[in-house]
Design a protein around this ligand. Structure first.
Ligand code: DAH
Length: 338
């Protein structure tokens, strides 16, 4: 039989063969050690010298074609086997996949990102600062001297015996780091985690979030401060809210204020505003000259304002969360609501 007919015959048999065992048998017959191709090759020495080459090439081409056909058929057996196995398990490849579990951003991350976008749109730079901080930045440079009573109200986790290293008790140290590293005028915010060594209850946790703001420029006044805070409130609550300033004492600002906003949830008093229609929202003030000096900024030339927004409190307010500890205890029943 000539090679063409042999190939055609092999093709028909391979197509018709019913199982892998039968396929193996065909393989043996055609390309096995004593198979048809081997016999063709064995004839070569008996041929005239000028026919040998062509004959050998034909035999090898036939072998390649048959091996290809065998491999293809073998593949259909294997995928057929998989289909059968899947059908037996009730697998239906046309059904849509089960829904993938998808996480969501923590409510503090959500509010942080919104505020970052808002402040970036007003020309602020977003800064980061170390959570393990030098006493110098956390207290001294902020005009809080060693014996200052403000140290008692910010119960501190100390990281070494000498009291040189602390877990930062507020984001305000970033004020000094910002001033050290840039030339005025500038505007920055610094959101982040802060720590206090105090007994926890529904409104206090050892770890919580703040966002510091700092603006340094020429002739910055309380009017600039109020303007920026009103924009901030519009960003958070989606509308204009009246604000009022009460005097507040913080060693790093002079004058210092507590800024209250009209309660966004009621008109005549509710549980959020403790029936006063005002909510205490953020401490702020004009930067104390000592602080500017500590940051290497000349208070004769430059002035500025600062504010310290309590991010954890803001998130609680926004979502009516009644216990600050929910924010960090990692309970999925809580987190899945956001
Ligand atoms: N750092 C203060 C605290 O955690 C809050 C604060 C008050 C920040 C006044 C400021 C500010 O920037 O001007 O208690």
């Amino acid at each position: 039989m000539n090679p063409e007919d042999t190939l055609q015959q092999a093709q028909e048999r391979i197509g018709a063969c019913a199982d892998p065992a039968a396929l193996k048998e065909i393989e043996r017959e055609y390309v096995g050690k004593k198979g048809i191709v081997a016999a063709m090759l064995a004839e070569i020495p008996k041929l005239a010298a000028d026919q040998r080459k062509a004959h050998g090439q034909k035999a090898n081409a036939l072998k390649r074609s048959i091996l290809e056909l065998l491999a293809l058929r073998q593949q259909t057996f294997e995928s057929g086997k998989l289909d059968t196995a899947r059908r037996a398990e009730g697998f239906d490849p046309t059904l849509p996949p089960p829904p993938a579990n998808r996480g969501s951003l923590h409510p503090i991350t959500q509010v942080t990102r919104e505020l970052e976008d808002l402040f970036i749109s007003m020309g602020y730079e977003v800064l980061d600062g170390p959570e393990v901080e030098l006493d110098h930045y956390n207290f001294e440079a902020l005009n809080i001297t060693k014996d200052h009573p403000a140290r008692d109200s910010q119960d501190t986790f100390y990281c070494d015996k000498e009291g040189r290293l602390v877990l930062r008790t507020h984001t305000s140290p970033v004020q000094i780091r910002a001033m050290e590293n840039r030339e005025p005028p500038f505007r920055v915010i610094a959101p982040g985690r802060v720590f206090r060594n105090e007994t926890t209850d529904a409104s206090h946790d050892h770890t919580f979030y703040q966002m510091e703001g700092l603006v340094v420029g020429r002739d910055i006044s309380v009017a600039h401060l109020i303007g920026a805070m009103k924009t901030l409130l519009r960003g958070i609550f989606g509308r204009d809210l009246d604000v009022r300033l009460r005097p507040g004492h913080f060693p790093f600002v002079e004058p210092g204020f507590e800024l209250d906003a009209r309660c966004p949830f009621c008109k005549s008093g509710c549980s959020v505003c403790k029936r006063t229609t005002w909510i205490e929202l953020l401490p702020c003030g004009l930067i104390h000259p000592n602080v500017l000096r500590a940051g290497g900024v000349d208070p004769e030339k430059w002035s500025g304002f600062a504010f310290g927004l309590g991010l954890s409190r803001l998130v609680m307010l926004r979502h009516a969360i009644d216990d600050v500890r929910h924010l960090l205890d990692g309970d999925l029943r809580f987190l899945e609501q956001f």
